[in-house]
Write a protein that binds this ligand. Structure first.
Ligand SMILES: [Zn+2]
Ligand SMILES: [Zn+2]
Length: 123
């Protein structure tokens, strides 16, 4: 049987197309970040970051073992929280920074706060 969406062959032992299931899941996770990121921007929530070797990754909201860049985060890694602070963002894993900034742009789009003109954060 082939998937009606992406036309890939679906293995006989599965009901749903694995590729589409992953994509749907990723989309749901991406959408889930937006309200949380808005709260980060307004200072009502903090970003969780995890150090893995030399890289500091940003943990996805609602997915404890996954970073914005796609890296898998084990619970043994050192974890702390940060405010939305451009200086701190510079120290993050470059892929995480790109992804979290991209998501933040989407999150605040159409809302009162303006991404570019925001202060580092109220200390
Ligand atoms: Zn499919
Ligand atoms: Zn990362």
């Amino acid at each position: 049987m082939n998937c009606e969406h992406c036309h890939r062959a679906i293995p006989d032992n599965l009901l749903d197309c694995p590729a589409c299931t992953i994509r749907k899941n990723d989309k749901a996770i991406n959408e889930y970040q937006l309200p949380h990121l808005r709260m980060v921007m307004t200072g009502d929530k903090l970003i969780t970051r995890k150090q893995m070797g030399h890289e500091i990754h940003v943990q996805l909201f609602g997915v404890a073992d996954k970073a914005f860049c796609g890296a898998t985060l084990a619970s043994k890694h050192k974890r702390d929280r940060m405010r939305w602070d451009p200086e701190q963002l510079q120290r993050l894993c470059p892929s995480c920074r790109i992804e979290v900034e991209r998501a933040m742009r989407r999150a605040v789009k159409g809302f009162e706060c303006d991404f570019e003109s925001l202060p580092a954060n109220n200390a």
